[in-house]
Design a protein. Structure first.
Length: 167
């Protein structure tokens, strides 16, 4: 089991826009190229449109920039997760899970569901599904996910080579 490094969140500041834009390009480029959708200018525009000092937080590990996450009100009610990026050297160490659990606990305490969109074929989809998100719609590029209040975390058990999902 991976042990997440010590981390914290702080509100984003205007000067965080460039590191967030650079991180998105670094971590999303391969998936976007796979889908034939990589365009550096468009990527920058999308980050600029979503980045908000009101809703974006910077993830810190050892007081250094490690990633970001934006949680804004969803027009259908609840919360919408976007711009959730971690530095590559910190991926696979439990940090994303720890941050996501924190955000979900806050939403559950407020009685709010969560929505998000991931790219088709993204490894992140498995993370979200393990934490109670379900697919509500797919198109050729995106997968739309929803998690009701108190969504159940799902764990995979390996039984004789077969996987069984349990809540």
């Amino acid at each position: 089991m991976n042990i997440a490094p010590d981390w914290s969140l702080r509100p984003a500041a205007p000067e965080d826009l460039e590191p967030v834009t650079d991180l998105k390009a670094q971590v999303m480029r391969a998936d976007l190229e796979r889908l034939g959708r990589w365009d550096p200018a468009r990527s920058r525009e999308r980050v600029t449109a979503s980045f908000s000092t009101r809703y974006t937080s910077v993830i810190l590990v050892d007081r250094a920039f490690a990633g970001c996450v934006t949680v804004r009100p969803d027009e259908r009610g609840g919360r919408h997760l976007e711009l959730f990026y971690l530095a590559p050297h910190l991926q696979g160490r439990g940090l994303g899970t720890a941050v996501l659990r924190h955000l979900l606990a806050e939403a559950d305490a407020a009685g709010e569901p969560f929505r998000l969109v991931v790219l088709r074929g993204s490894a992140a989809q498995r993370l979200y599904e393990r934490h109670g998100f379900t697919v509500v719609h797919e198109d050729p590029v995106d997968v739309f996910l929803h998690r009701p209040v108190g969504g159940t975390e799902v764990r995979a058990e390996v039984l004789g080579g077969a996987r069984r999902l349990t809540a």
